[in-house]
Structure formats: structure tokens, C-alpha cells
Design a binder for this molecule. Structure first.
Ligand code: FBP
Length: 547
């Protein structure tokens, strides 16, 4: 396989481990835990895995460990560092007992159910050290939520001598991992389940999980690109760049990229929702900045837009919910032939408020809302090109203002969407070290007989040697939420907190960033070799949260 110079150099990078994990380890058991909310319901649903203590690892005495078999699953969207979780897990298992075996289930959780697997040998694992991507075993979005699936999983585990499964995934995958842990405990199946916090979106975090892996690298890649665009904008001085960023729900990625690159405008969905803003309000806010800059002959700039914005605009949320109900299995609608007939039909069925919103949308976007639906009948909002929608609406409003003599500038816009550019990037030193430690930690949790725990590595703004590794009961992160019409126990998603330090820093500075021509920051590409202040810094979000 052909390799780049960086690939070859990174293959021999040895990820940093906390001092406590560099030799034999003993466990320190903390206080018992409670779920973040709905304690009685969660305790009842998880009689075997509720209330367990937080665990941390300290330096200890060497001991004999029995041989174990472990299966690993990559679940959901790719995130830089996934391979290193597997490398850390593999190395940790081999240190515990050289006879330990690691199997990888192929293509995500379905690999467990369909018995698709490979044994991960040293030769295979070595090929993937410090690389991006999930291609070592592949990933998938199959949900593990039915007893029949758990039973099929137990069959292959028994066949291969697997005592523990490690699920590397986001909030939903870790919720499912916990349900699986509880199920196998109840059935006394002898299969432990450990989770690892993955997602570039950064929305799987809490008191004990400081960040999910992949967020650091993905944000650094996007910030580099945004910085490059800003330098171009500042050189050519003729384009407004509308940049949509991945993150299906929370705006962490967009906010982090803003903190790194200081764009002229950054929309935070959680703020839009809290202020009960309409799409028109969002457009007006953008227009105000554009008009103001035009007064100083600055007819260029950058605008960051979170992918999930549409769903956070209360009026849009209502419209989408009405459309979901209206169009689900609607024979009359499906029988209509022309776009115009469909548009008229929808308009006739919507509530007064939603009809106004629908009418205010460009026809193309309105049509998209009625066409693109996922298998559950929901509009796939991530496919909606919000950046193009905003360009169209902003251009229209600026034209009106120009006609009224209130805007004298020139508006030319370019749209971008950054997501896949960062999801499989070569992990930053931070993510390479963090993920390796997460995997290594998982191996120790397994050897200590733990189940229903998430691998947790804290104190991440300190040097890696001082990181605190251990385990957190997954039930501790849970609350009850309505999903598909039923109340379910799920890990609470972490949205951007408007009273949190990262947002407050942004809010205190955004006016300067909007008006000034010299406030852009150009982060440049991720550096893997060089001084620690260039190569090993965690995200601004983490630094501000921990300051
Ligand atoms: P996870 O939540 O599974 O980590 O995935 C995150 C994400 O990258 C989102 O940012 C994005 O909306 C989504 O995956 C896209 O997924 P896909 O490529 O499967 O459509």
C-alpha cells in the first residue's frame, strides 16, 4: 500500500499515556453514583448496573490476569482517533496477558448480530496506528435495541470465547451499550460491555467525560480551512463566505471553529432557540453586520452556520413537525403530480403560522422539506443546504435595503459545507493520545470485571502524564426522554450552554470580530512535530471550560 511521508512517520509515533497507566495498575473506588435525572425510573430499568461507583486507576502492583477474549465495535459516524482506541485496547490487553485476544466486529453493531468479524492481530493493528478513519473494521448505524439482537451477539461471543465487548460510539450507541450490559448481567451471560465516547460533534460530554474524541482534530481541520478562506477574503475583499459545519444537533463544532478563527459572524443554534428567533431574525442579524461593514467598504466576510440550525428555529421546528405528520403515508399527497399541486396541497393543510413560514421559504427549500424523508418519515434536515437558503434570503433583503437607499455595498456570496473533510483526518496529537488512553483504559476496566462503564480520561488540559483514567457508570449520564412516542432511558445530549465559558467568551468578542478587518485568526494545519504549545494544545472549548 502506498504511503505518504507523514503516514510513515506517524506509524512510529508512540501515544502518550498517563503515568498511572505506564506500569501495573490498581483501582480506586469512588462514591456510588446517581443518574443526572429521573433516578427512580433509571434505577428500576437498570437494576444491575445502576448506582455503581466511579473508578480511577492509580499505580499499583503487578498481578496475574486470566486470559480474556474481547470484541470491539465502531458505531456511527467516523471520528479521528477510532483506530487508536483499538490500538490502545489491543496493547493494554496484551500487557495484561499476552494470550488475550481481540476481535473486531465488521461494519458496526450489525457485525455482532450477523457474526461478521476478524481477529485483530498485531500485524493488522500495526498498520492502523495513529491513522484517521474507521476502515480497520468499518462502522455502521445499526441500533442494538432488541433482545433477539443481544441473543445473537451472545452466541458469537460464546463461540469465540469473548468475555467483553467494547462499543466505540456516540450518545445513542453508548445508551445501547448500557442496555446491552444490563441485559447480559441479568442473563448472567458472562459478557461485560464497556463504552468509549466518540463523536466529532462534541455533544457526548459531562462532568466525567470532558470531551468526546475526534472533536479536537475535526475542529482543527475545519478551522484551518476557515482561516485559509478568511485570508483569501481579506486579500480579494469581494466575497462573503457562508460556511456550514457538521454537527447534526449541537453547535459545539461551529462555536469551537469560531473561537479558533474569529469569523465575522457565527450562528449558535442554541442561542437562536433560546431567543425564540425566526429565520427572518437570523437573516436580519446577518444583514445588520453586512450593512455595517459595507459602510466601511468591507464588502467581504465569513459566516459560520451550524448544520442543525433549521431544527432549532422554533417556528421551523413546528413546521417540520407538522409536515412529518401531514405527509406520513399520505396517499392524496403522493398521488399529486406537479410541484405546484403539491405546494398548494401542503399550504392548504398547514396551520396558519406554519403556512406563513412555509410561504417565506425559497421554493426549492420548501420543496426539499416535503420530499426528502428518512425511513422513519422524518425530514432529513442535514440534507438541507442552510447556507444556500441564508444566502438567498440575505441577498433578497439587501436588495430591498439598496432600493430604499439604506445599503450601498456589493454582495457576492460563496457557499461551503465542511464535514467529511475532517471526520477521517489523521488524529492530532491530542486525539492520538486521548484515544489510545481511552482504549488502554477499557482494557483495564475489562480485566477488573467491570460492565456498564464508559472509559473516562479526565484532566485533559494538563499534560498527558497527569491525565486521570478510570471508568464512569453509563447510567450516571442518563435521563428519560421521549423517543418515537415512548419514554426511553438515554444519555443526555450536551448542547452548547449559553452560560458556559466558551459561549460567553464568544459573546463578549463577537462585536469586534464582526466589525474589524484585522480580527481574523489563521490557525494553519495541524502540526504533529514541534513545540508542545503548537502540537499538543486541546480545543479552546476545553481550555475555556477548564480555566
Ligand atoms: P455521530 O453522531 O455518529 O458521531 O456522527 C456525527 C456526524 O458526523 C454528524 O456531524 C453528521 O450530521 C452525521 O454524522 C452525518 O452522518 P452520515 O455521514 O452517516 O450521513
Amino acid at each position: 500500500m502506498a504511503k505518504s511521508a507523514l503516514q510513515i512517520a506517524r506509524a512510529s509515533y508512540q501515544p502518550k499515556l498517563p503515568t498511572a497507566l505506564q506500569g501495573a495498575v490498581k483501582i480506586e473506588v469512588g462514591a456510588s453514583t446517581e443518574s443526572v435525572a429521573d433516578q427512580a425510573e433509571i434505577a428500576e430499568l437498570f437494576p444491575n448496573t445502576y448506582g455503581m461507583p466511579i473508578i480511577s486507576f492509580k499505580e499499583g502492583e503487578a498481578k496475574q490476569n486470566p486470559t480474556v477474549g474481547v470484541g470491539v465495535i465502531l458505531s456511527g459516524g467516523q471520528a479521528p482517533g477510532g483506530h487508536n482506541v483499538i490500538c490502545g485496547l489491543f496493547d493494554g490487553l496484551k500487557v495484561l496477558n499476552p494470550n488475550n485476544k481481540l476481535y473486531g466486529f465488521l461494519g458496526g453493531p450489525s457485525g455482532l448480530v450477523d457474526h461478521q468479524y476478524i481477529e485483530l492481530t498485531k500485524e493488522i493493528v500495526d498498520e492502523y496506528r495513529n491513522t484517521g478513519g474507521f476502515d480497520i473494521i468499518g462502522s455502521g448505524r445499526t441500533k442494538l435495541e432488541e433482545e433477539a439482537q443481544y441473543e445473537k451477539g451472545a452466541v458469537i461471543c460464546k463461540q469465540l470465547g469473548i468475555n467483553a465487548i467494547v462499543v466505540i460510539g456516540g450518545d445513542d450507541s453508548n445508551t445501547n451499550a448500557c442496555v446491552l450490559a444490563e441485559y447480559y448481567s441479568q442473563k448472567k451471560a458472562g459478557i461485560q460491555v464497556i463504552g468509549c465516547p466518540k463523536t466529532i460533534d462534541g455533544d457526548l460530554k459531562n462532568e466525567m467525560i470532558e470531551t468526546s474524541f475526534g472533536f479536537d482534530t475535526a475542529c482543527k481541520v475545519y478551522s484551518e480551512l476557515i482561516g485559509n478562506i478568511q485570508r483569501d477574503a481579506n486579500s480579494a475583499k469581494k466575497y462573503w463566505h457562508f460556511i456550514r459545519l457538521m454537527g447534526r444537533s449541537a453547535s459545539h463544532i461551529t462555536l469551537e471553529c469560531a473561537l479558533q478563527s474569529q469569523p465575522n459572524i457565527c450562528i449558535v443554534s442554541e442561542e437562536v432557540e433560546a431567543k425564540n428567533q425566526t429565520l427572518k431574525d437570523v437573516v436580519d442579524d446577518i444583514v445588520t453586520v453586512i450593512v455595517n461593514r459595507a459602510n466601511y467598504d468591507l464588502n467581504f466576510g465569513t459566516i459560520l452556520i451550524p448544520e442543525g440550525l433549521i431544527e432549532f428555529i422554533p417556528a421551523m421546528k413546528k413546521l417540520i413537525a407538522e409536515l412529518n405528520d401531514l405527509l406520513a403515508h399520505n396517499e392524496d399527497f403522493n398521488a399529486l403530480e406537479t410541484d405546484d399541486e403539491k405546494r398548494q396541497y401542503v399550504k392548504g393543510m398547514l396551520s396558519h403560522d406554519s403556512r406563513d413560514v412555509y410561504n417565506s421559504l425559497p421554493k426549492g427549500i420548501a420543496k426539499q422539506l416535503t420530499l426528502d424523508r428518512d425511513p422513519h418519515g422524518n425530514v432529513q434536515v442535514s440534507l438541507i443546504e442552510t447556507e444556500k437558503l441564508l444566502i438567498e434570503m440575505v441577498a433578497k433583503r439587501l436588495a430591498q435595503l439598496k432600493a430604499e437607499g439604506k445599503y450601498k455595498g456589493k454582495f457576492s456570496a460563496i457557499n461551503h459545507f465542511f464535514g467529511y473533510e475532517g471526520r477521517c483526518a489523521i488524529p492530532s496529537n491530542f486525539d492520538a493520545d486521548y484515544t489510545y488512553t481511552l482504549g488502554y483504559t477499557a482494557s483495564i476496566l475489562i480485566s477488573e470485571g467491570k460492565t456498564g462503564y464508559m472509559s473516562s480520561v479526565r484532566n485533559l488540559t494538563s499534560p498527558a502524564a497527569e491525565w486521570i483514567a478510570g471508568g464512569v457508570p453509563i447510567t450516571m449520564m442518563m435521563n428519560m426522554e421521549r423517543r418515537h412516542g415512548k419514554m426511553k432511558p438515554v444519555i443526555q445530549k450536551a448542547l452548547v450552554l449559553l452560560d458556559g465559558a466558551p459561549f460567553k467568551f464568544f459573546a463578549a468578542n463577537r462585536k469586534n470580530w464582526a466589525d474589524e478587518s484585522q480580527s481574523y485568526v489563521y490557525p494553519g494545519p495541524i502540526q504533529y512535530y514541534g513545540p508542545t504549545e503548537v502540537c499538543d494544545q486541546p480545543t479552546k472549548t476545553l481550555q475555556l471550560e477548564k480555566a
